[in-house]
Design a protein around this ligand. Structure first.
Ligand code: ACO
Length: 320
């Protein structure tokens, strides 16, 4: 089996930063409510930037960081639940723009766990020798799938993209990846697609939006993230005390703090940038990793963990 390491990171965000106070001008909310319930102070919202544009911008930074030529990339996976279109895939659009002519490219859908799921596919492909250099991107323009009159959801989410280059390495740095799903709980977090509307069935085609049972999602997140963290450590030489930084899906500061409490770890070990970005779904973990990199030292043992719609969850244990 080949070793795998992360060789490049990048991220991109829309130009427009929307504060809680800005939001309170068109929906019945307040900076105080949003901050105390979620920790979020602002989010980047597209005023025209597309998922492909953000994915390409993040990819270009990661490619330059890894010092690879796009033609060396043999796998591109984009995790997204808000693609610009279903076909061609976001990954194929990225491939075309960056000139990664030797890559196999496709999208996956695993909501906020999408980056971890895509990373598992890419890392497994490198391990077994079917790829050498893989570009994994989380990219979302979730703002187009949000009901901007629904204060329960519109304050939580933002747009952005993050990208990682994984490559074959003599020394293995990706220690373990754990993933899981439970479709029986899927209805607590939903985002509908085009309904059946054909020569046999006529359907109301009005737009549908992301819907969430916030309390159920909260209960799920605070129980599954500690499980993800313990599972990814199982069978390895590492324990909670080995971990220098926990970079978790940036959904809600209360979820992060509850996870720290349940695990008995210092919450200073949690990386947080949700106050600036809000919840960017599949983009959240790679954006956070990119933002955290200046605080990481060579050899640090890191855990990434995500949870989201599906329901889905997953974690990555790696050495920086
Ligand atoms: N501003 C003001 N009031 C609001 C707002 C808002 N933005 N949103 C809801 N409220 C009101 C509700 O209408 C409700 O009022 P009511 O009691 O009169 O009906 C009340 O606030 C609800 O308040 P709480 O019960 O205190 O809310 P809670 O503590 O449950 O917090 C929250 C809500 C923040 C959504 C919480 O449930 C949560 O964090 N859930 C997890 C959400 C999440 O992380 N989702 C995404 C994860 S998966 C993914 O990333 C796709």
């Amino acid at each position: 089996m080949n070793g795998v390491r992360i060789s490049g990171l990048g991220s991109a965000k829309p130009e427009n930063l929307v504060s809680n106070t800005d939001l309170s001008k068109f929906v019945d909310t307040s900076d105080e409510w949003i901050t105390t319930r979620t920790g979020i102070k602002s989010r980047y919202i597209s005023s025209g930037e597309t998922a492909v544009e953000l994915a390409v911008d993040a990819a270009k930074v990661a490619i330059s960081d890894a010092n690879v030529n796009p033609s060396e990339i043999d796998l591109i996976i984009v995790a997204t639940i808000s693609p610009d279109q279903m076909m061609p895939s976001t990954a194929c659009c990225v491939q075309s723009i960056i000139g990664a002519k030797n890559a196999t490219a496709f999208d996956i859908s695993a909501a906020c766990s999408g980056f971890v799921f895509a990373s598992k596919i890419a890392v497994d492909a490198i391990r077994i020798g079917s790829a050498k250099k893989a570009l994994v991107i989380g990219a979302e323009i979730l703002s187009k799938s949000i009901d901007w009159t629904d204060r329960n959801t519109c304050v939580l989410f933002g747009d952005g993209a993050g990208a990682v280059i994984y490559e074959k390495s003599d020394v293995n740095k990706i220690i373990n990846i754990y993933t899981g799903s439970d479709g029986t709980l899927g209805q607590v977090l939903t985002l509908d697609h085009t309904p059946i509307n054909n020569c046999l069935v006529t359907t109301d085609l009005s737009t549908s939006y992301l819907k969430m049972d916030g309390r159920e999602v909260y209960k799920f997140a605070t129980s599954v993230v500690p499980l993800c963290i313990n599972k990814v450590l199982e069978g390895t030489d590492y324990s909670l005390s080995s971990i220098k930084k926990f970079i978790l899906h940036q959904a809600n500061e209360r979820i992060l703090n509850s996870v720290a409490k349940k695990l008995g770890i210092d919450d200073k070990l949690l990386f947080k940038n949700l106050f600036e970005y809000g919840n960017t779904s599949a983009a959240s973990i790679p954006i956070a990793l990119d933002d955290a990199k200046s605080s990481l030292c060579k050899g640090d043992i890191i855990i990434l963990a995500g949870f989201g719609g599906g329901l889905t969850w997953g974690s990555i244990l790696f050495e920086w």
